[in-house]
Design a protein around this ligand. Structure first.
Ligand code: AMP
Ligand code: MG
Length: 397
């Protein structure tokens, strides 16, 4: 038996980032991983500008109390620049985002002034009010988005605000997925008595795509050595990571490890965890191989624990593991000491704190628990049964 942590370390030590990075247009870059730091070539905003629609004035003209009338000498829409310099007694009508006129340092919102013809009556206001400072968002020269960051909407917007149209990103890891087992039937086809429809190719494809991988579906392979061998050799040629499910437990048809032993290399692990104990890890040529257990929850969980960090590392991501949080157990939970257990839980905010209950039966074939649940409850190796009210680790999914 090996621990979850030792298994993860073993895998990550053998994985390095894939292929050279590539430029992609910003419009195609959401979800991709940045391959280089993005620096700001200039200040954002590039000049002091108005935060409101109103009147730009010189603070020396602002009365300490009462009111004062100023001339309105220009109208300044966003996107235009006041050519002159504001003289004493003058103001400029200014729109949100327009650069501050030279000589002006304060803006009065239009709601608090009275306009009459070419004059405006102003009131007391703090010096510098309603002015957005040059560089207050981003200062020239700083790193605005670090390499290894997954580009979300906000990173794309920030990069665009710096004038770039494209970014250098990591190539997507290529993942090939196949299911094994004579009992596994293709959804949409007639199944024979004793067969079950394939779930794992769909969960594993979904998980891999959520990791930013591009996925090739290699279908279902019967429990026959020659078929498996041919399909795995194909997979190893087209993918960076090959995933199979089923066929790694100790049964008559457990061929995956036997075939892998011939065409690549494989370690066969018993991981001290529940669900998901058996796991095969190895190589097919240049590709990384993961033989995941057949039970649907176990294969999802072993993906999340062992494949996902590897895919993240291949993709050049900085963060390899998700955040975990503490919540109160809303019910007692059974737990065997000596292994890491992962219950599917329902996390919710109640009575001023976060509490978590399990989804019900926790068998490793009960895939509906992943649908009903919204988190994993992670119970550490050394821990025994959990009493109601104890703090437990949760990982939202
Ligand atoms: P195995 O590891 O091949 O012994 O499979 C363990 C359990 O998982 C068995 O009950 C299989 O029927 C089931 N199983 C294997 N592959 C799949 C699959 N692709 N989809 C759903 N269940 C599966
Ligand atoms: Mg099988």
């Amino acid at each position: 038996m090996i621990s979850v942590r030792d298994g993860q370390n073993h895998i990550l030590a053998r994985v390095t980032a894939v292929a050279p990075p590539e430029f992609v247009a910003l419009v195609d870059a959401r979800g991709r991983v940045l391959a280089e730091d993005v620096h700001a070539p200039f200040d954002v905003p590039p000049a002091d500008n108005s935060a409101v629609d109103g009147y730009a004035v010189t603070s020396a003209d602002v009365p300490a109390s009462g009111t004062r009338e100023l001339d309105v000498v220009a109208d300044l829409p966003a996107g235009s620049v006041f050519g002159g310099t504001l003289a004493p007694g003058q103001s400029v009508r200014i729109m949100t985002g327009a650069p501050m006129p030279v000589g002006a340092d304060t803006v009065l919102p239009q709601e608090i002034v009275e306009r009459a013809g070419a004059r405006v009556r102003i009131v007391a206001i703090a010096k510098g009010a309603n002015v957005r400072r040059r560089g207050e968002d981003v200062t020239a020269g700083v790193i605005v988005v670090e390499r290894g960051t997954v580009l979300r909407a906000q990173e794309l917007g920030l990069v665009a605000s710096l004038g770039a149209r494209q970014v250098l990103v990591r190539q997507r890891p290529r993942v090939a997925v196949l299911s094994t087992g004579d009992e596994v039937a293709e959804p949409g086809t007639q199944r024979t008595p004793g067969q079950i429809y394939d779930a794992n190719r769909f969960t594993l494809r979904g998980l891999a795509e959520e990791c930013g991988a591009s996925v090739t579906d290699l279908g279902i392979v019967p429990d026959r050595k020659e078929d498996l061998r041919a399909r795995l050799l194909d997979a190893g040629r087209i993918a960076d990571v090959v995933l199979t499910s089923g066929g790694v437990s100790v049964g008559v048809y457990d061929l995956v490890k036997e075939v892998l032993g011939e065409i690549g290399g494989v370690d066969f692990w018993q991981v001290a965890m529940q669900p998901g104990r058996p796991l095969a890890v190895g190589r097919i040529g240049a590709a990384h191989f993961f033989g995941l257990p057949g039970n649907p929850v176990a294969s999802m969980l072993t993906f999340m624990l062992f494949v996902r960090p590897a895919l993240y590392k291949l993709a050049g991501r900085r963060r390899l593991f998700p955040e975990t949080f503490l919540a109160r157990a809303a019910e007692p939970m059974s737990k065997k000491a000596g292994r890491r257990e992962f219950k599917r839980g329902v996390l919710r905010y109640a009575d001023g704190g976060w509490s978590v209950r399990t989804t019900g039966p926790q068998g490793s074939g009960i895939l509906s628990s992943m649908v009903v649940g919204n988190c994993l409850v992670i119970l550490e190796e050394e821990r025994g049964d959990v009493a109601e009210g104890e703090a437990v680790l949760v990982e939202p999914f």
